[in-house]
Design a binder for this molecule. Sequence first.
Ligand SMILES: Nc1ncnc2c1ncn2[C@@H]1O[C@H](COP(=O)(O)OP(=O)(O)OP(=O)(O)O)[C@@H](O)[C@H]1O
Ligand SMILES: [Mg+2]
Length: 306
Amino acid sequence: MQVILTVTMNAALDVTYELDSVNWKSVNRVRTVRNCAGGKGINVARLLKALGRRVMVSGLAGGATGAALRAELSKDGIADALVPIAGESRRTLAIVTTDEATLLNEPGPTVSAREWRHFYDHFTTLVEDADAVVLSGSLPPGVPLDAYAVLGKAARRLGAPVVLDTSGRALTEGLIAHPVVVKPNKEELVSATGFEETLAATAALRRSGAENVVASLGDQGLLADTTEGCWRAVPPRRLVGNATGAGDGVVAALVAGLVDESPWPRRLVEATALSAASVIEPKAGSADLDVYRQFREEVTLESCSR
Ligand SMILES: Nc1ncnc2c1ncn2[C@@H]1O[C@H](COP(=O)(O)OP(=O)(O)OP(=O)(O)O)[C@@H](O)[C@H]1O
Ligand SMILES: [Mg+2]
């Protein structure tokens, strides 16, 4: 079976505290504590695993938090080739009550130039066994802003197609490596190109190096601007849930479609269904597979004119 390699340069241990309510000025009793390995590439890998795909997770992990997140990956049966660093991996803390959620995200460790070079060497060996590579999420301090361009070029040279999902300079620099698929959301599109109009923005990203662009537009679904045509995919209804990490569902389905070489319309239906199914699930990186199967039959797909 084909292997999909996902890279998470800023991996995290996602800690969730569940309580009935919080009194911010007093002592609170936490009802349940849940730990889970997080970061976009890891979430993509978890979704791919749920679809029965073979995955390999890489990126950076350090300290006791790094060890804890690796232990969580192993519990989930996900093969990890995370590279050790001296700094302590970050934690994200979600404080969830019956009616609200508060997120506290640690900044993450600073990565040394030596650690980055070591990661690069490690990455090139991993890519040799990979059929596709997902580069997603933010870059921690110390990792060069053109990291995704450097990794993307190496992957291209070694014959592995790249899916890129990031924002800001990491995105604009990453385009230099000509990723096969780029998956910005609305905000990332506008800030990378200056164009408010989605098709004008996707065209600009393609001129800057993206081979195909799949823009995710929240509950409006997807707009794909590809070498084979342009389509809109719309979910059958708006779902209420946790939309954080819905983009990871899009990326997981797109990379699966890429290795299968399935036609674009099929990939887009899959991506819309899987991302909607991940909105339903409270935890990022997991999806309600019944909703996924049902939505695959109900997503509307239409061609758009450029
Ligand atoms: N409320 C919703 N109901 C149904 N589908 C949704 C909803 N919100 C998002 N989706 C699906 O998930 C996809 C990705 O969502 P969105 O554009 O918000 O991604 P994102 O901003 O990259 O998310 P993140 O970076 O947090 O993973 C959408 O294109 C759509 O198909
Ligand atoms: Mg996103």
